[in-house]
Ligand binder design. Structure first.
Ligand SMILES: [Zn+2]
Length: 324
């Protein structure tokens, strides 16, 4: 695998992985916008990612590969394996002359009712994400976070509980977690519903949703909205409300207050520090490359304290990260 202007490239297979610019053949790890960009001639991804891409990249030529299915492309064998990040998310395993390489894509080790659990893979070279690669990032058990969210909602009987989150991935994960605890419907912003529809079509059980249209007030209700709706005229429909944010970023002390949220729920779709280290160990890889976020910190740790050959790779941080 080599770095190119368009992103990671596999010369033996003649394809790019999550390319930054349009290419001939793109292999995608998942449907988030900073991994699945428009304009490529063809895409290869899991069927679940393809279902989401049909919403995002209309008219794109998309081929699918089921989890674990092997395909020979040029001189390599490619397969996709669950990454546990969101519906359809995959690690790309590439076997060729230079051994077995695995690109993790975004991943997490915590259980998530909306997607298949991360599958540990053995490899020679592991390219890992490093979004939350600092020792302070440690996640709580997701169902206890979901219970805190429901308790916050129940406590706001005379206010609207507005929970901001990414519209694809995090919102549906929240709807699935909430459905296990509470059978009340959840109100959603117009950006959340189309993706929720795809999740349901793929067999994921979500809380019943109602679209926030011309509805006013909504006292005592829970509303899921993308962070981009915050502070826009869309908010004017709510009279008395509390605002919360669900993100891994809230693990950093002071983030909630600094960003003016009434409540913060630490819930991430990326691996935390122990999850990253455990995963790297489980791959048995001799060489590790780190992408995104705190990649320098991870590389330093692996070299100095774990005696693993490590280096940063790819873009430090996508300009438009999506899903956290
Ligand atoms: Zn992602």
């Amino acid at each position: 695998m080599v770095e190119s202007e368009q992103g990671l490239y596999c010369p033996e297979g003649g394809f790019h992985l999550d390319p930054l610019l349009p290419v001939e053949r793109a292999v995608l790890t998942h449907a988030h916008g900073d991994h699945a960009r428009a304009g490529s001639a063809s895409y290869l991804c899991t069927p679940e990612t393809a279902a989401l891409l049909r919403r995002r990249l209309e008219g794109a030529r998309v081929e699918t590969l089921r989890y674990g299915e092997r395909r020979t492309i040029g001189g390599v064998t490619l397969s996709l394996h669950p990454a546990g990040h969101m519906l359809g998310s995959a690690q790309a395993r590439i076997e060729g002359h230079s051994g077995i390489w695995v690109l993790s894509g975004d991943y997490k080790r915590e259980p998530d009712p909306t997607c298949a659990a991360f599958e540990p893979l053995r490899c020679d070279v592991f390219i890992t994400e490093a979004t939350y690669a600092l020792p302070l990032f440690r996640w709580d058990e997701p169902t206890s976070v979901a219970r805190e969210i429901v308790a916050w909602w129940q406590g706001n009987a005379k206010k609207t509980s507005i929970l901001f989150c990414y519209a694809l991935g995090k919102a549906q994960r929240l709807l699935a977690e909430i459905a296990r605890i509470d059978d009340r419907p959840v109100w959603v912003h117009g950006m959340v519903e189309p993706f929720a529809q795809v999740y349901r079509e793929q067999g994921v059980r979500l809380a019943e949703t109602r679209h926030v249209g011309d509805e006013r007030g909504l006292l005592g209700e829970l509303v899921l909205a993308p962070i981009t709706a915050r502070g826009t005229p869309w908010m004017k429909r709510f009279r008395s409300f509390e605002q919360a944010f669900a993100s891994g970023l809230l693990r950093i002390r002071g983030t909630r207050r600094r960003r003016g949220f009434d409540r913060g729920f630490v819930l991430s779709d990326h691996a935390d520090w122990p999850g990253l280290l455990r995963t790297i160990r489980e791959t048995g890889a001799e060489r590790v490359y780190a992408m995104h976020g705190h990649r320098e910190a991870l590389v330093r740790y692996l070299r100095e304290l774990a005696a693993i050959e490590a280096a940063p790779i790819g873009v430090a941080q996508p300009a438009d990260p999506e899903g956290d």
